[in-house]
Design a protein around this ligand. Sequence first.
Ligand code: PEP
Length: 267
Amino acid sequence: MTSKKNDRTSRIPLIVANWKMNLTASESAAFAARFISQIQPHAEALGTRFEVAIAPAHPALDRLGRALEGSKIQLAAQNLHNEESGAFTGEVSLAMLEDLGCTFALIGHSERRHLFGESNDLVAAKAQRLEGSSVCPILCVGETLDQREQDATLAVVDAQLAAVLDATGDGLASQLVVAYEPVWAIGTGRTATPEIAQTVHAAIRKTLVSRLGEVGHGTRILYGGSVKPSNARALLSQPDIDGALVGGAGLDPDSFAELALASLETS
Ligand code: PEP
């Protein structure tokens, strides 16, 4: 990396709320109204100095998308199926997400990996489905506490990244967002220190650059794991932390607005 500043400049901070299995469609509309009013004074910076996306549960995508219309706040999906369409009861396809105007989809969130048994191969198949589409993958990677204690963090994260990069090409590289989320920090109130997070982000950057060349310098790497307004600035000011994936603090419009606006101070 020759110019940290230039690389940072090309990586607009991205703050994403992951609502998980919370908030109904009606509640999502109320959230949007309050959140937009909080962000409004900085609306001119949205899309140029910071980006915000919200990933509601699938039943709220349509309603939330309508409530966000004209705001430049983006719609994200929490998951999708790797097949194009067919007999997959309970699943959601890429075409359905595109039709609703989603611009991002989470793939490989640790809850999908650990509670629903999603393998690196399945996550890679989902990345292949997204390649070249209008929906950018937010590829979640991260180690469990056991893996960290065994000093396996970088090996685990590298294998999760490699599975996707091996299965995809340039089409994915240009749209890829990575989220480093140590599993031990998700929903636990335990946050990686900015230094711990930066060490892993720098390793991810190194892998991205060695696999993707120049494009890897521009790939945004978000941090996730108990991010809240009080710790956001310290995390976001690290050179390779380009945004945040936020669970709990993304459920309250005031907290999420405060957190999103903190990214403006570090961009
Ligand atoms: C997440 O679910 O991706 C997450 C980071 O959750 P929390 O912020 O609640 O730890």
